[in-house]
Write a protein that binds this ligand. Structure first.
Ligand SMILES: Cc1cc2nc3c(=O)[nH]c(=O)nc-3n(C[C@H](O)[C@H](O)[C@H](O)COP(=O)(O)OP(=O)(O)OC[C@H]3O[C@@H](n4cnc5c(N)ncnc54)[C@H](O)[C@@H]3O)c2cc1C
Length: 429
């Protein structure tokens, strides 16, 4: 097991960091000002995207790109340090066409789209000419269990008709969002088992009956690209807008989340690294009661704990990325459990590390003058996004239990019985 990035990944990481220093950080304040002014996406974003693409920093995430598709074809392990670097600046990923939820949607389309669907949706997404959203969660049912979903799709002649309500749909308020990938319950699902009742449908945002009801703020944080509530009222699309097979939606939704979670986790680790660095510098510069904060034992302990926890988490995430790269050679249940584990670890890590950093900063840590408040909000949201912690813990526990069941009794030799204590074995030649 070797988690060292390849020479190409190292070289790309250097280029990416240099690009961010040279082009993105100088625009950071302007990006925030544009968002506050309602001027989103900021006019310079397209120019930055063009520069990034010319620099070969484009679609860095998808190993299975075809020869005629733009991108670097890095494996998950090689992409991880690049995602970590991008994570430091939450709007950076879009410049490199590596932003969620489009990355996950691109993976879905890449695996399951028909040739016409590829032309209509995958190609413009890979070119960064449009955005998309993934619509699964619903206000009326516990969406951490997707078998509950109630938005229906029924077949009517050569059309599909959708009705229901979705919410927290990330990216749907982006002015360039053209496509919703909607997970629906099949109207004729009765009798099918709970994992074969759902289908995915490609719905152009401008289809009659699609209504973006509101952009929901998250802990009072307003994301310009949106976490939207969407009403679907008798939405009719041609039957060829079905993605994959009828009834295969649940399995496809599961498949979508593997690499995407590694991306989220690596971006989180990038934010944690930045939070730790900011806290460390602040502790060196700020003096209270006659000495720098850095000389207080509790501050040192916070910094040390953050360093240790970040490094632990990174190794776990890299291991998950490595497992994903093994493809069919890795046991699918182990991969699923490991991906679930990193999702829990990264979200919790972000809250702890950023919380400590905010405390080091005092009141300023809660202000918009540092990125910490936004990072903390994101960490809290991450404990629900892509499934709540508890569901992932359940996955990890089930895997552990399954392994123990398979070898039940294997650990019996580690017990000591009174009989053994009375009559220890003699070594024989
Ligand atoms: C910022 C943000 C962005 C999001 N973006 C998207 C998006 O783009 N597309 C999309 O479809 N959805 C999105 N979501 C929604 C997210 O996926 C759901 O919130 C999540 O799956 C949980 O579903 P729920 O909110 O219905 O909670 P519920 O399913 O009602 O669960 C509530 C709580 O019940 C507990 N619970 C549930 N199951 C178990 C269990 N098995 N064991 C123990 N406890 C359990 C957990 O504590 C959980 O938090 C986003 C959410 C947020 C906050």
């Amino acid at each position: 097991m070797d988690f060292a990035p390849s020479p190409l990944a190292l070289q790309l990481r250097e280029r990416l960091l240099a690009f961010m220093d040279r082009y993105l950080l100088p625009y950071n304040a302007a990006w925030h000002a544009a968002v506050v002014a309602g001027d989103y996406p900021p006019p310079f974003l397209e120019d930055l995207k063009t520069l990034a693409r010319e620099d070969g920093l484009w679609n860095l995430f998808l190993p299975t790109l075809r020869d005629d598709e733009p991108g670097t074809r890095l494996c998950n392990l090689d992409y991880a340090p690049l995602a970590e670097a991008m994570g430091r600046l939450p709007w950076a990923a879009e410049v490199f066409n590596c932003h969620a939820p489009d990355t996950g949607n691109i993976e879905l389309l890449h695996r399951f789209a028909t040739p016409p669907q590829r032309t209509a949706w995958l190609a413009p997404l890979l070119e960064g000419r449009m955005r998309s959203a993934f619509a699964m969660s619903e206000p009326d049912v516990a969406s951490s269990d997707p078998t509950n979903l109630q938005t229906t799709v029924r077949r009517e002649g050569d059309h599909l008709v959708l009705s229901g309500r979705k919410w927290f749909i990330t990216g749907a308020a982006h002015p360039h969002c053209r496509l919703l990938i909607v997970l629906c319950r099949n109207a004729d699902a009765d009798g099918a088992d709970s994992h074969h009742r759902h289908s995915m449908v490609l719905v152009p945002v401008d289809t009659l009956g699609v209504q973006i009801v509101r952009n929901i703020s998250v802990l009072h944080h307003h994301a310009p690209e949106g976490h939207c509530e969407i009403l679907l009222q008798g939405v009719r699309v041609p039957a060829d807008h079905l993605l994959g097979d009828w009834g295969a939606g649940f399995a496809m939704a599961q498949a979508r989340l593997g690499p995407g979670r590694v991306h989220h986790c690596m971006r989180t680790i990038g934010q944690c690294e930045l939070a730790l660095r900011l806290a460390t510098e602040r502790a060196l510069e700020r003096t209270a009661f006659g000495k720098p904060l850095a000389e207080q034992a509790n501050v040192q302990e916070w910094l040390a704990e953050s360093r240790i926890e970040i490094d632990q988490a990174r190794l776990l995430v890299l291991h998950a990325a490595w497992l994903l790269d093994q493809g069919d050679a890795a046991d699918a249940r182990t991969v699923r459990a490991q991906v679930a584990a990193i999702k829990v670890v990264a979200a919790r890590l972000q809250q702890r590390v950023v919380d400590r950093a905010m405390q080091v900063f005092g009141a300023m840590g809660l202000s918009p003058d540092t990125p910490l408040a936004a990072f903390w909000t994101w960490g809290r949201a991450l404990r629900l996004m892509d499934g709540p912690d508890e569901v992932h813990l359940r996955t990890v526990a089930r895997h552990e239990l399954a392994q123990a069941r398979a070898g039940l009794g294997d650990s019996a030799a580690y017990f000591t019985t009174p009989e053994q204590l009375r009559a220890p074995p003699h070594l024989s030649a």
